[in-house]
Design a protein around this ligand. Structure first.
Ligand code: SAH
Length: 453
């Protein structure tokens, strides 16, 4: 028997916070997940749904507040799916993220004793995103733009977003105001009607360069010239305006075709001493200030003296590779997206690196071939997507036994799983350093350092 039923109203004590930021209260051992409730709080909740071993409840009122609770500064925090933790002080967020990483290590990695350092946070944890992807839509004949609501494709309409650049606010508000006058219909996902799907803004943190990408349903875009004028009026410093065409019924943002409407095809940025040219669709870390911290940590753990050969798996446009190439004898990067490899090669050339090699393909296929061809590595760096490393790649690591492995991860759960496999194969996890790349959200990035035992 479940101790609560749907529509019950009761008072509960919140004891924990899940990895996706919901409060957890237990009623006779039965966990209830409560959005926006914080550990240490006594709250009244309304039970929304009960499943066999857990349920969901809505926060109605707070009787006893957590000392870490603050007023979320964003006006749409309650309905927007972008941030989950604005109601928690920044110090509280960092402590929470450290605990998420520790729990993953202990529970999923069976590594309760691995040293997990306090999370490296930001001095100012706002306005940090250098890339904004703003969905446009319509509601009751009105243009709306902002970010999606949690687990939905309804847009939480807003004119400001406190984790994005001020330029994103200016652009969003200005386009929203002028779209109808320009005769541009925002896209409607339900009916696949309309033209403008997303507006993507990218800013070079160091260079200040700005790229705007208008993602349209069709290539034929007669209002392009007026749109360019409006964007240049709103953002006089803009350096690149592109159109990307996505005619598919999909929630993927970009389509295959990208057209220059005005200015340069790329924007440039710098991380540390390395310059990067970034094209409209390439992956580039969204928090450049913390990226420097993250890559600095990876470089530190790589322990380079200038004589090492390094493999950078999942290398994207070669950001980590080039950071490492400053101190290594030779760096080999592999990445599955050919366009990103083109960017990586161009960026190596642009910075005058002659000690790098990049190849497009799946890391789990390319790296074994490198080894077969006699290309040995002293250090292996991996930075896989959320699902973690491919099993075949982990096997290759265990067979080849590089001296050090540096594992950069955006998902503590898959990191812990993969560390367990590497530990069983003879590696020791020396330490884990979490870095806060995404303040106000539940995401946490980690760098783990492993040595052969
Ligand atoms: N290290 C880069 C990119 C990390 S994101 C940076 O810091 O900027 C992860 C990258 O892995 C993405 O660019 C993605 O395209 C790539 N990827 C995904 N699956 C892959 C695979 N099987 N083999 C190689 N690369 C892969």
């Amino acid at each position: 028997m479940k101790p609560v039923t749907k529509n019950d109203r009761l008072s509960v004590y919140v004891e924990d916070l899940t990895h996706d930021g919901a409060g957890v209260a237990k009623v006779d051992g039965y966990p209830l997940f409560i959005k926006d409730a914080l550990p240490g709080e006594t709250v009244t909740v309304h039970v929304l749904k009960t499943l066999k071993s857990y349920g969901f409840a809505k926060l109605i009122s707070i009787e006893e507040k957590s000392a870490d609770r603050i007023d979320a500064p964003c006006p749409v925090f309650e309905i927007c799916g972008g941030c989950q933790l604005q109601h928690l002080s920044y110090e509280g967020q960092l402590k929470y993220k450290e605990k998420v990483v520790r729990d993953a290590m202990a529970r999923l990695g069976k590594l309760p004793d691995v040293p997990v350092h306090p999370v490296k946070g930001m001095d100012n944890p706002w306005r940090y995103r250098n890339k904004s992807q703003i969905p446009f839509g319509q509601e009751d004949g009105r243009v709306v733009a902002g970010f999606y609501q949690p687990r939905s494709h309804r847009i939480a309409d807003t004119d400001i977003c406190l984790i994005q650049t001020p330029e994103a606010d200016i652009l969003m508000a200005s386009l929203k105001r002028n779209l109808q006058d320009m005769g541009i219909e925002p896209y409607e996902e339900k009916t696949h009607r309309g033209m403008l799907r997303h507006v993507v803004l990218r800013k070079g943190r160091v260079t200040g360069e700005l790229m705007v990408v208008l993602v349209t349903k069709k290539q034929k875009f007669p209002q392009a010239e007026r749109a360019v004028e409006a964007i240049r009026a709103a953002l006089p410093d803009v350096t690149s305006i592109m159109q990307n065409v996505n005619g598919d019924k999909t929630n993927v943002i970009f389509g295959n075709e990208t057209i220059n409407l005005w200015g340069k095809d790329i924007i440039e940025d710098r991380i540390g001493d390395v310059r990067f040219e970034i094209s409209a669709r390439s992956f580039y870390q969204v928090n450049p200030e913390q990226t420097e911290v993250l890559y600095g940590q990876a470089l530190d753990y790589a322990g380079l003296t200038g004589t090492e050969t390094v493999i950078d798996a999942y290398c994207g446009i070669g950001t980590i590779s080039l950071f490492l190439a400053q101190r290594a004898k030779f760096v080999m990067g592999v990445e599955i997206v050919p366009q990103a490899i083109e960017d990586a090669k161009r960026n190596a050339y642009l910075n005058g690196f002659t000690n790098t090699l990049f190849e497009a393909g799946p890391a789990e296929e390319v790296i074994p071939r490198w080894y077969k061809d006699g290309k040995q590595a002293d250090v292996l760096v991996v930075d896989p997507p959320r699902k973690g490393c491919d099993e075949a790649l982990l096997q290759t690591m265990l067979e080849q036994q590089p001296e050090r492995i540096v594992y950069v991860s955006c998902n503590p759960a898959t990191l812990a799983r993969d560390l367990r496999i590497l530990e069983d194969g003879g590696y020791r996890t020396q330490e884990v350093q979490p870095v806060d790349m995404f303040p106000q959200t539940t995401h946490v990035e980690c760098v783990a350092w492993l040595t052969r035992s």
